[in-house]
Design a protein around this ligand. Structure first.
Ligand code: BG6
Length: 504
């Protein structure tokens, strides 16, 4: 069959129908640094239809032109692809602004009228997505306004209406459930897109390609050959100006509940029957349900908080000295934990997760550590430099995959040493990877839910985190110096089991 006529051929560029993207919280960091630049990048790649309109909503007394100039400057500063003024000029004519606060009925009536008007002027057929780039505390109010004005009603609008919700999706299981119920009351289930931006990263999607497109790894992907798995998300940055959010949240809620558990699910799930969103979500949910917590939380987890120190040659203040952090805060900026997965494939394999701020450098990776050979027919000294074989999925930076195994050192003796076979995205492909948000915004507009966790996954992930949070109540985090790889207790946790953290 001619591939250009095959509707199943996913290599064809996917272009959304004419539609509007309404961004609430358009003056915030996320909109300026990720969403608006991402929209420009999509336009630059020719992936947006001519009838695509961005509508900004914020508490500002702005004209369309004022918003257009903010969007222009943000996109120009943060775009991934080369800047072309003529691409922007085409988008610029399709930018609208509605000013008002979330309790302002008149502003929402105006937004509704604006979308109705775009039906005629831009042929959007009532299609619109609402992006909540706002604090969760404002969700109920905005949802209520969307319901009141009928803006979430597909039938009334004669097109699709979708909602995009940023993490954190709840604070614990009860709040996540309440939020899910609230959103479900206003939008139909299939129209809710929950963003976990890690799923938009090419390297994260590549985990599925690596596992399910190849025959090489599957036979080894189980407790018979895998000794342990380490998932690391290290950041060199501190909390910046986000104390208000971060101090109530901590590392476990901020990144383990979502990003790290999603990585864990992709690495350990069974093969989906197809690449259909529902099939992938079903497999992820199954494995999230099989996660087991350490029997003794104090021995199987470590919480840390950074003290002042040096990171990459720069002096860094301690967490408690960061602006707006209470002097007696016990919030963790580092967390490590040992999880298990109770199923036939993984029983007995420890999964070590760690995430922290103010660590020596930014690196996210998944390292699958294989068991050593059951027998080594060498002298002990020949293999002294040989460690576990490892498959390391480098999520960022230096995106790629590294396979570490032993090889003979050239010479007259039989000496075996670890070497690395290195696949790097930057070298293997000429096409640069899109930004996570670029990909995810496009998927929302197309209506492809594959890369968005559903309510059940989010709730299940809270079932993993909530008992840990409860056990940590009233405990003090372990100190670590900014620029170190977390508290000593995290090294001791692995050492007790005869292992050590990989030097990421
Ligand atoms: C966010 C967290 O979800 O992910 C931040 O709230 C964190 O605390 C960020 O810094 C890291 O994202 P990335 O894509 O830079 O790894």
């Amino acid at each position: 069959m001619n591939p250009l006529r095959d509707p199943q051929d996913r290599r064809l560029p996917r272009i959304p129908e004419p539609c509007a993207l309404v961004i609430f919280g358009v003056t915030g960091d996320l909109a300026r640094k990720k969403l608006l630049p991402g929209i420009y990048d999509l336009a630059n790649r020719g992936l947006l239809p001519p009838g695509f309109v961005v509508v900004g909503f914020a508490r500002r007394d702005w004209s369309d032109g004022d918003f257009e100039s903010l969007a222009h400057d943000s996109a120009k500063e943060h775009a991934r692809t080369p800047w072309r003024e003529e691409v922007w000029a085409r988008l610029a004519g399709n930018i609208r602004f509605v000013g008002g606060s979330f309790d302002d009925d008149a502003a929402f009536d105006q937004l509704s009228a604006c979308l109705d008007g775009l039906r005629q002027s831009h042929g959007i057929h009532g299609n619109a997505a609402f992006y909540f780039s706002i604090p969760p505390s404002s969700f109920p109010q905005v949802l209520k306004q969307l319901a009141r004005t009928g803006m979430a009603d597909n039938e009334r609008c004669g097109g699709w209406r979708r909602v995009v919700v940023e993490k954190p999706f709840g604070y614990d299981l009860p709040s996540a459930k309440a939020l899910n119920d609230l959103v479900d009351d206003v939008f139909t289930r299939d129209d809710v897109f929950r963003i976990d931006h890690y799923l938009g990263k090419e390297t994260v999607q590549n985990i599925m390609a690596l596992r399910f497109a190849n025959n090489l790894f599957e036979p080894l992907w189980n407790s018979k050959y895998v000794d342990s798995v380490q998932i690391t998300m290290a950041e060199d940055v501190g909390i910046g100006s986000r104390a208000g959010f971060y101090d109530d949240t901590g590392a476990a809620r901020d990144v383990v509940q979502n990003h790290l558990l999603q990585l864990l699910a992709l690495v350990t799930m069974e093969e989906p029957t197809s690449f259909d969103a529902a099939e992938i979500r079903a497999e992820k949910l199954k494995v999230l349900r099989a996660i087991s917590l350490p029997a003794d939380v104090s021995a199987g987890t470590v919480r840390g908080q950074y003290l002042k120190g040096w990171v990459a040659g720069q002096r860094a203040v301690g967490y408690l000295e960061e602006p707006n952090v209470p002097a007696d805060s016990t919030t963790e900026t580092y967390v490590a934990m040992r999880l298990g997965i109770q199923n036939r494939r993984w029983a007995g394999v420890p999964f070590y997760l760690r995430a922290g701020k103010r660590l020596p450098r930014r690196v996210t990776e998944v390292a699958v550590m294989f068991k050593t050979a059951p027998h080594l027919p060498f002298n002990r000294t020949d293999v002294e430099m040989l460690s576990h074989n490892q498959l390391v999925i480098r999520v960022q930076p230096d995106e790629g995959v590294v396979l570490k195994f032993g090889a003979k050192v050239p010479g007259t003796t039989m000496e075996v040493r670890d070497i690395a076979m290195d696949f790097q995205y930057g070298e293997a492909f000429t096409e640069a990877s899109p930004e996570a948000y670029e990909r995810l915004v496009l998927d929302v507009l197309i209506g492809d839910r594959t890369l968005f966790p559903d309510a059940a996954e989010v709730e299940q992930s809270w079932r993993v985190i909530d008992p840990l949070e409860e056990a940590w109540q009233g405990t003090q985090p372990e100190p670590y110096r900014a620029g170190e790889w977390g508290p000593r207790a995290a090294d001791e946790m692995l050492a007790r089991e005869g292992r050590s953290w990989r030097r990421a």
